[in-house]
Design a protein around this ligand. Structure first.
Ligand SMILES: Nc1ncnc2c1ncn2[C@@H]1O[C@H](COP(=O)(O)OP(=O)(O)OP(=O)(O)O)[C@@H](O)[C@H]1O
Ligand SMILES: [Mg+2]
Length: 317
């Protein structure tokens, strides 16, 4: 992909992380996760994922390698990814700025948008197609002697290829794409490819040791666990304010586990598990979000320093 690094440098110069749309370079926010800000620059067909977590070059080089390898592995496994690239540089203050870059996809074709426009039957079919994409990853893991690949299976990470928002429809042979490759979780001979502690870099430094002790290993491990990734996918329908879909999706997943994924020998999923998972996950991110707001306040109002992260407004959970 062709990337204009000078434009990104210019963007960083005038970026206000509290109101990212108000900088000198006009951007559209496409989305954001718990860590990254995803935006496009007006007039371009490119999605930039800004990930401000690196302290030194060796960290960033390892991450670039992990990111590229992760993308290659997923493509080899058979997932469809948008064109991708990566860019990083040192800004005027000498701070490393890092971007994962992708071809921009029509935001209306992203899973968490379209589930609100589909019938229950259609959502079921979409989730079945998502489960089949996931299964490719765990089939690969089962066979591979060297690699173990993780996936974040939330519905917001999948896109429907050739989606027509004026005639929303999912069919048996509808193709899905996968977006969320900026956290390259995979293991080579049991060793984590990326430095997992980077995941905590957006947390206030005074809390990192505590979060690490309480959550880090478990949060990383769950993306490697087929059953927990499925639970995460279904529990997400609480956050999407569609809890009425959950019982049907549990039945669907259990049929899938029994019929199509029998060789993975996973125990059937129960409604209570989904609910408990949703509660504890929502709590964890809510606490995380609150301490980050406090940290931003300390940085900007008391220490009068820059705060590097963009924090979304209240997220409905
Ligand atoms: N290539 C793209 N084109 C258009 N929109 C995108 C693209 N990539 C991501 N988005 C939007 O941004 C949202 C978040 O992106 P993504 O899932 O890659 O990262 P993330 O969830 O923020 O990751 P993390 O939580 O690890 O920071 C997506 O759900 C989607 O709405
Ligand atoms: Mg995501």
């Amino acid at each position: 992909m062709k990337i204009d690094i000078e434009l990104l440098k210019e963007f960083e110069k005038t970026l206000d992380t509290v109101h990212p749309e108000r900088g000198k370079i006009p951007i559209n926010i496409l989305g954001y996760g718990e860590i990254s800000l995803v935006f496009s620059i007006k007039g371009q067909n490119v999605a930039y994922k800004r990930i401000p977590i690196f302290d030194n070059e060796s960290q960033v080089k390892r991450h670039v390698w992990a990111y590229k390898t992760y993308n290659e592995l997923l493509e080899k496994i058979g997932l469809k990814l948008p064109d991708y690239d990566v860019a990083w540089f040192k800004d005027d203050m000498g701070k490393i700025q890092f971007y994962c870059i992708q071809e921009m996809i029509d935001v209306n074709s992203v899973g968490d948008k379209i589930i609100h426009h589909l019938s229950k039957e259609q959502v079921k079919l979409l989730v079945l197609l998502v489960l089949r994409e996931m299964k490719k990853v765990w089939d690969f893991n089962k066979k591979s002697q060297t690699y173990e690949v993780a996936l974040d299976g939330q519905i917001s990470n999948f896109i429907v290829i050739d989606y027509n928002m004026n005639n929303p429809k999912i069919e048996k042979n509808t193709k899905l794409g996968y977006l969320d490759t900026s956290t390259p979780l995979f293991r080579i001979n049991g060793n984590e490819a990326m430095e997992p502690e980077l995941l905590l870099k957006s947390a206030p430094s005074f809390l990192r040791w505590l979060l690490k002790a309480l959550f880090l290993q478990d949060t990383v491990d769950r993306y490697y666990d087929f059953r927990r990734v499925i639970i995460d996918l279904i529990a997400n329908f609480y956050k999407e304010q569609l809890p009425e879909f959950i019982p049907t999706l549990i039945d669907l997943a259990n049929t899938f586990l029994r019929e199509e994924a029998a060789d993975h020998e996973l125990t059937p999923i129960e409604g209570q598990e989904i609910f408990d998972y949703y509660k504890s996950d929502a709590n964890m991110w809510e606490i995380f979000q609150r301490v980050r707001k406090l940290d931003r306040f300390i940085h900007t109002k008391i220490l009068r320093k820059n705060y590097p992260f963009y924090l979304p407004a209240e997220i409905q959970r």
